[in-house]
Design a protein around this ligand. Structure first.
Ligand code: NAI
Length: 515
């Protein structure tokens, strides 16, 4: 079986909804004769008109030659009956997300397509193994999971069920690559790579919201400005739609037999129950009425420059912070190589007293203060890049005075960083999210869903994370990520934060998650 599908060969797309139309457009643009079929009367024709309009837009934007657009459109035929797809070399089904409906369709197709015709499903949640069961030649049933909108988003998960032949998976992989996509191989397991490994991005934010750690606008701003994520979790859930996002979480949770790792959020269930589905219904976490004003993130009020900062220990990635404070006019001095915090810490000195400003290690500021035997402790969150972050989440210990907090805020302000104060929750927002993303990604690797390179690539291309979670954990040090997770598990006492065996092993040996 040759690697990629030959250009000019027939690709049948069954189901002409949002996904089917996008996939048909893509296949036609890459030289295939496309046959589009939908059981709903007029749906395939309507999809073709939609494709024509989309191609016209591409031409108007100068991204496509008018001739190429016309040729692609001419290659798309709509089919009235399914058996007309008998000459297809590849069938991609994008019908309703229902196991019985998809199995029935595949069984019908198997009756009249050639035995070597690849039967691909765009399912985002169903088992490819289950879809293939009972189908004649189940080795040619494979997942070809595009992301919405299919013509634009680069990732395609090529999903292998128990019966899928490696040659078929390879053929789909190379075909997706020939269509300009970034394919990754994944084993058929709940959520495949992205819909599984991205769950903590939403779940940890919902947990912070439930605990009233900060309001959505503030958490979103921290995730963007410190975490480097393109969108914050609440604005992203509002965009996806809470009904859809909740359903995906629920289906992954159920598919893993109610593993608390994936437990859905009661707060999100309430939004769905209320019909507050996000942008599409005019209200979600935010209000989308035409007159509505988006609430700004909360920042601590500006404070005067503190006279002095002493750096104890080696702050690693956070070394840019004291440098930025110095550039902002604070006298920065080197302190002891070790501190009683057993980790790097900045001591921000005032005229009297001072405050210990520490990067989060997964414990609350209060626990840090108790462990170190001091009162005035402020912890700050992880940043993707401390040299450029414009905002950081901070939390103060219950014992920390207002004056001490003001010193910490003043030092960050000198560095050009707005401080968003959270309640004293462990691992704040960015750190807990990155640690849990890495933990889930590590479990996906351990369980053979995909290798570390594919998992990181999928999350960067599928949900546009600024860094693959496994590479991010490697950069932080796997032991540091382990400690954060252990502290989270200790704080909440929940199995949800249990350590991936891969993180435990690599942390123990000082190894990396990327081989
Ligand atoms: P959609 O509801 O927009 O389109 C589904 C189409 O399939 C409808 O036009 C319907 O009339 C047609 N259909 C239903 N049963 C059929 C049958 N037996 N034979 C022929 N046509 C039939 O749904 P959408 O969003 O395009 O999703 C389709 C598939 O793609 C689902 O499996 C979904 O899980 C998956 N998917 C959806 C994504 C999304 O963001 N919408 C992303 C990735 C995958």
């Amino acid at each position: 079986m040759p690697a990629a599908l030959a250009p000019g060969s027939v690709v049948a797309v069954i189901g002409a909804g949002a996904m089917g139309a996008g996939i048909a457009q893509l296949a036609a643009l890459h030289g295939h004769r496309v046959q589009l079929h939908d059981t709903r009367f007029g749906a395939a024709e309507q999809a073709k008109q939609g494709i024509a309009a989309a191609l016209e837009k591409e031409v108007a934007r100068g991204r496509l030659e008018a001739g190429a657009a016309a040729a692609a459109l001419a290659r798309i035929a709509t089919l009235v009956t399914l058996p007309d797809a008998c000459l297809a070399s590849l069938v991609i089904e994008a019908i309703v997300e229902d196991l019985a409906a998809k199995r029935e369709l595949l069984a019908q197709l198997a009756d009249f397509v050639a035995p070597d015709c690849v039967l691909a499903s765009n399912t985002s949640s169903l088992s490819i193994t289950a879809l293939a069961a009972g189908i004649r030649h189940p080795e040619r049933v494979v997942g070809m999971h595009f992301f919405n909108p299919a013509p634009l988003l680069p990732l395609v998960e090529v999903v292998t069920g128990l019966a899928t032949s490696p040659q078929v998976a390879d053929r789909v992989f190379h075909t997706a690559a020939a269509w300009g996509k970034t394919p990754v191989h994944a084993a058929s397991t709940p959520g495949f790579i992205v819909n599984r490994c991205a769950r903590p991005f939403y779940a940890e934010a919902l947990r912070l919201y439930t605990e009233r750690a900060a309001d959505p606008a503030t958490i979103d701003a921290v995730m963007r400005e410190a975490g480097g994520f393109r969108m914050g979790p609440f604005e992203l859930m509002d965009l996806i739609g809470h009904d859809v996002n909740f359903a995906v979480t629920r289906s992954v949770w159920e598919a893993f037999f109610h593993d608390p790792r994936f437990a859905p959020s009661v707060a999100q269930q309430e939004l769905v129950a209320a019909g507050f589905l996000g942008r599409k219904s005019g209200r979600g976490f935010y209000d989308y009425a035409p007159t509505a004003v988006r609430p700004p993130p909360r920042s601590e009020p500006a404070q005067p420059l503190p006279p002095r900062v002493v750096v104890h220990g080696a702050p690693g990635a956070a070394a840019a912070l004291p440098q930025r404070m110095a550039a902002g006019g604070v006298a920065v001095e080197e302190g002891l190589p070790e501190s009683r915090f057993l980790g790097p810490v900045l001591h921000v000195g005032g005229r009297e007293g001072g405050v210990w400003l520490a990067p989060t290690d997964g414990r609350t500021a209060t626990m840090r203060a108790v462990a170190a035997g001091v009162r005035d402790v402020v912890v700050f969150d992880l940043a993707l890049d401390y040299a450029t972050a414009t905002r950081l989440a901070v939390a103060r210990a219950d014992t920390c005075s207002d004056e001490a907090l003001a010193l910490a805020v003043g030092a960050l302000r000198a560095a050009g960083i707005a401080a968003s104060r959270f309640d004293d929750v462990p691992a704040l927002a960015v750190m807990r999210t990155v640690a849990m993303l890495a933990n889930e990604a590590a479990d996906a690797v351990v369980q053979g869903v995909a290798g570390p390179v594919a998992v990181d690539l999928a999350l960067q291309k599928g949900v546009a994370y600024p860094r693959g979670p496994l590479a991010w954990a490697d950069a932080l040090g796997v032991a540091a990520v382990r400690d954060v997770l252990v502290h989270l598990a200790g704080h909440y006492g929940e199995d949800r934060y249990r350590l991936s065996p891969l993180i435990a092993r690599r942390a123990a040996t000082g190894g990396r998650l990327h081989g």
